[in-house]
Design a protein around this ligand. Sequence first.
Ligand SMILES: Cc1cc2nc3c(=O)[nH]c(=O)nc-3n(C[C@H](O)[C@H](O)[C@H](O)COP(=O)(O)OP(=O)(O)OC[C@H]3O[C@@H](n4cnc5c(N)ncnc54)[C@H](O)[C@@H]3O)c2cc1C
Length: 427
Amino acid sequence: MDTIFTTERVRPLLARVRDFVETDLIPLEVGFSHQNLGALIPILDQKRDAVKAAGLWGLALSKADGGHGLTLCEFGQISEVLAYAPFFGHYVFGCQAPDIGNTELLHNFASPELKERYLKPLMAGEIRSCFSMTEPEFAGSNPTRMATTAVRDGDEYVINGRKWFTSSADGAAFAVVMAVTNPDAAPHQRASMIIVPTDTPGFVIERNIPVFGEAGEGWFSHSEVTYTDCRVPVSNIIVGEGMGFKLAQERLGPGRVHHCMRWIGNAEKALDLLCKRAASREIEDGVMLGEKQFIQDFIAESRAEIDASRLYVLNTAHMIDTVGVGNVRDAVSGIKFYVANAFLRVLDRAIQVHGALGVTDDVVLSAMYRHERGARIWDGADEVHKQNLAASILKKYGLDIKKKAKELRQFRQMMAGEVVLETAGKG
Ligand SMILES: Cc1cc2nc3c(=O)[nH]c(=O)nc-3n(C[C@H](O)[C@H](O)[C@H](O)COP(=O)(O)OP(=O)(O)OC[C@H]3O[C@@H](n4cnc5c(N)ncnc54)[C@H](O)[C@@H]3O)c2cc1C
């Protein structure tokens, strides 16, 4: 849908992408489940070749890297259209998560050597990658707490740890791993991002984790991975030691825009299916489902929520393009929880209107739900984003929640120390 953000440069591209998605991709989703993705991959790879031949590959890339030099705001609009083919639109056009996030990360921060070795084939779609930060034993919402370590030994880092929900690790050529390199530093300066090729001895995919009953495979998997004495050259570090969290922030800002625009496309698809069903399902003699006010409420609420979400996200993307992600953190938090929830409400309504059919794999809605319910959890759970946004707003009113919480923590630590000293003294 055209908005005030739709430029003359992106409008013809949007039309071409929409045409390809409708003609070549949507017919492939009949009977799709993550478990039969394997059989589909050769077909999708042929489609990738067709996209490359049409000059539509890597639309998120800069001109120097063979892309179209679109802004984040322009690419966001493309991303929405790709999401009308929810599961493989982005893959076929070479801009699927987590590769798109790793591409941006390496493009902006990797050394020339790492770019040559990892970024080039990633951009060309010759290899895939994954991002390995979350650990099963530690709350991912507080990523300063992690057990994976990278200890320097001569010219190498030796990496040990266990990660899970490393999405798309299955078949990836390398992982960007978050590991503690400086355990004695301040919490946000302890970890670093290091590239670990997946053929490194000690890199083991323990399992692809079943999500709502489907383990998935290939880039549709979420793996549990162990790193046991994995040795990589020190030059595989991105930027330098202790930079992991700063880089994660840089990576996640645009990444959240990508997710949100994808959800808006998914939501449009769900609403389209909802409306088709409402207009065609006879509920009483001569009365269609869409004549019921409950269903009209579903439709009107969904339309408004999607349209509001789109403008919120595109405006945020526009601000990232113009003033940089560091100045737009509140908006990035806002879109992440707002759009994830709006999308899941639309999807749930669409399932409801389809009745029993809605929970089967005969329509794409159930697979979308399995794949996307995590939207309110990954890249920061709702509660964390809401808390950050509220804290930032209240700070402008003179109430610094984070500072007070830090002071309280320090006070408790001090009191705990005193108690230990007292006890020791008495002993
Ligand atoms: C489908 C999927 C794909 C993923 N892909 C990746 C990936 O590719 N790479 C990667 O590294 N990780 C990935 N993750 C992991 C994801 O980033 C984490 O799940 C997320 O950061 C939350 O961490 P956690 O699961 O440990 O939950 P926890 O941190 O244990 O939190 C559990 C719940 O507690 C609540 N909560 C947390 N903090 C607060 C708070 N401050 N106040 C109030 N409530 C709170 C929230 O409801 C939250 O959902 C993925 C997760 C999913 C579901």
